[in-house]
Design a protein around this ligand. Structure first.
Ligand code: LMR
Length: 398
């Protein structure tokens, strides 16, 4: 091949979220604040190593197991533990074995496996995502060959879910459309469906025979580990076919270990086994088999009642810190006479500030406060030390 083969290529644009980290690192200002990528930071602005994870890792190291291949579907004790975490240990769907759970490379890897399965195996061609959504959903679905459209979700005027418009859009979808739904802690808006609204969505899913794909990346950061899993549990109980992409990046602080799971909920254990065998073949073609470390640590935690209880406490502490930051940012706004009450109203790691791209760029350039250009900030990057500064910066660019 000629050495000219690469010469006409243009560099790809930076990722709108992950690219911010590079910019942030280069910024020399002492007062800079990283509210870009969705990472939980502690009061000192540091990414903490969770104690339960440290203890699990200590045990794994002590055991000194060799580094063999993991089954293509993942570590079985991990898969069954995260299945129970998402659907509940006493769920009929779990107990009857009709959910197929495959270990994945984080939540993104689960979305990848699920979308390839939907497109290539089930033959589905259309997908819809909320407007707005996590930017990578669209890229990822398109990459799997799905046609991607948006359904209305966020009403800028009210700061609430544009529920009537959302329902109307879902009612107009073709049968078999893959519908990406955020199970909790909607990314980027922090605005979730109520239980009543979920029930109405379920009715439309049934009526139109749609194929839901739930993304649950922030379980435990909204109202609680069980509370945040309302949607997958309700759909499982309803007996419909759907998929869930779950992640241990945030609630176990295992970002770099790429630890997640794809759950396919089927009508019976026989079909779950068939689906599992097919997804294993997708795994084989994509990356052969998953990595061990993160899943082994999660399995160690979730399968030991004492360690699990310690982890639940830590997640509760993280959630409380997020709630506290939301309350503080709103209060700082009140002091300045600026309405930042969106922070207290929304849930999870992210908030939608209502700022436009120019204002977000000004926030970054003038104040060193890094958020995503769509107006999203990661409230888990706030601390009692920087919240006043951030509130003033938000007020100044409005
Ligand atoms: C985010 O939305 O910031 C996280 O999900 C990290 C990512 O990969 O974009």
């Amino acid at each position: 091949m000629s050495s000219q083969i690469f010469s006409s290529l243009q560099p790809a644009p930076d990722d709108p979220i992950l690219g911010l980290n590079e910019l942030f690192k280069k910024d020399a200002r002492a007062e800079k604040v990283n509210l870009g990528v969705g990472v939980f930071l502690n009061e000192e602005g540091k990414l903490p190593l969770m104690q339960a994870v440290a203890e699990a890792e200590r045990r794994l190291l002590e055991r000194g197991a060799p580094h063999g291949y993991v089954p293509m579907s993942g570590i079985p004790s991990y898969c069954s533990a995260i299945q129970k975490l998402v659907f509940g240990a006493d769920s009929e769907a779990v107990l009857s074995g009709r959910i197929c759970t495959i270990q994945s490379l984080g939540g993104t890897g689960a979305l990848r496996l699920g979308s390839v399965f939907a497109r290539e195996v089930l033959g589905l061609t259309k997908a819809v995502v909320s407007d707005p959504t996590w930017g990578n959903h669209i890229t990822l679905f398109k990459h799997a060959g799905l046609d991607v459209a948006k359904y209305p979700y966020y009403d800028k005027a009210t700061g609430l879910v544009a529920f009537d418009a959302m329902k109307a859009a879902l009612k107009g979808l073709d049968t078999g459309t893959v519908v990406l739904l955020h199970a909790c802690c909607h990314n980027p808006t922090g605005v979730d469906l109520t239980h009543e609204q979920w029930k109405e969505v379920l009715e439309i899913i049934r009526e139109r025979d749609l194929f839901p794909f739930l993304d649950i990346a922030y379980q435990g950061f909204g109202d609680g580990l069980d509370e945040d899993a309302f949607a997958p549990r309700m759909l499982a109980e309803a007996g419909i076919a759907f998929m869930v992409a779950s992640s241990c990046s945030k609630n176990f602080g295992l970002y770099g270990e790429r630890t997640g799971g794809l759950h396919v909920v089927t009508p019976n254990a026989g079909e779950a086994a068939v689906v599992q065998s097919i997804i294993k073949s997708i795994v084989r073609a994509e990356y052969s088999n998953p990595a061990t470390h993160g899943a082994a640590a999660v399995s160690e935690i979730l399968n030991d009642p004492e360690l699990k209880a310690a982890w639940v406490d830590e997640v509760t502490g993280m959630r409380s810190r997020i709630h506290q930051m939301r309350t503080l940012l709103t209060a700082e706004g009140e002091k300045l006479g600026v309405d930042l009450s969106f922070a207290a109203r929304q849930a999870g790691m992210f908030s939608f500030t209502g700022l436009n791209a120019d204002q977000m760029i000004a926030l970054r350039e003038k104040f060193g406060v890094y958020g995503v250009n769509n107006g999203r900030i990661c409230v888990a990057g706030l601390s009692t030390k920087n919240v006043e500064y951030v509130a003033k910066a938000l007020a100044a660019v409005r």
